[in-house]
Design a protein around this ligand. Sequence first.
Ligand SMILES: *Cc1c(COP(=O)(O)O)cnc(C)c1O
Length: 395
Amino acid sequence: MSNNTYIEQAEQVILHTYNRFQTVLDRGEGVRLYDVEGKEYLDFGAGIAVFALGYGHPGYNNALKAQIDKLIHTSNLYYNVPAIEAAGKLCEASGLSKVFFTNSGTEAIEGAIKAARKYAYLKDGRTDHEIIAMHHSFHGRSLGALSVTGNTHYQEPFKPLIGGVKFARFNDLESVKALITDKTCAIILETVQGEGGIYPAEPEFLKAIRSICDEKDILLILDEIQCGMGRTGRMFAYQSYGIEPDIMTCAKALGCGVPVGAFVLNKKTADASLVPGDHGTTYGGNPLACTAVSKVFDVFREEKIVEHVNEIAPYLEKKLDELVEKYDFFTERRGKGLMQGVVVTGRPVGEIVSRALEQGLIIISAGTDVLRFVPPLVIEAEDVDEMVRRLEMSL
Ligand SMILES: *Cc1c(COP(=O)(O)O)cnc(C)c1O
């Protein structure tokens, strides 16, 4: 059946909450995707920074197939081996202490907010704690996550949201300081802002926030859902800043396509926050999802994925810088590792994304004017060259 036939069917049964590109993706191989008509695409979107290992990775696929035959689900009323192993690997990789597995990034944010509020509640018994979040942030679409997402367009129709959230300017320390009160229980930010337009936190900013949090016993929540899992050239982006969060949220590439997220607490927070009865999930931490997580960490180690990011990212940066040099409407590149954005001025970014798709290149946008490059972490130099070729054809 053709793309169009499927798309007509889709629009009859799937709620129209996305203006989707007019292609029906069918299968993947390495860093390439194919639609139902057999058209090939070079993938520099990775399903929004998810599919880090490339499509059809044999070790990953076989681990999942074996687990399907063994046990898919248990609920959290019992222990299961994949969850124990996956949590151990996530603690080791993050330097943090305790993991709660969720089914998505949004849900990880919800849990992080609850853990922070509970920590503060146990300290002073108040029920009017405040959270400081950042403008242009993105933390998800459920009501709690939306409440800390600094984008009025996403929030407006769904008010009232959760109370006690204030917004500061990212990378502007004074704007954060001005909002701190004795009710502040947490500061939440993305180490590298993704949806907002690929803005890495400045080292002085993040370090100063860490110091303020230490001084006032405010919890620092770092959202590593998009920038974590090797994407910036460290397993987690905060590791290049020499600081650690009190709570970290993780999802997207954590399961490389199997829906799974996590919030991870340091010892201080884990010892004095959520206890039995406070939080739960039926699916979270199920053996299938956790087999994916566990295998992803194994493949990262065996195939030196993070090292590879550090080898290939400078080449991508160089090639993107050349494009910025060459085309007037490309005005700036920014980003870290394989999380890069190019600012487009005087031309709709959506049009470039659509034309690239026609040329067989998947890229996505971020914010209102940024072309986002978040390829699978296993791309090679020739994939970068091919991406540039197809992108230039679409300009
Ligand atoms: C994608 C994203 C989320 C939401 O994750 P979902 O899995 O879509 O719920 C939250 N925070 C950041 C930084 C993200 O990029």
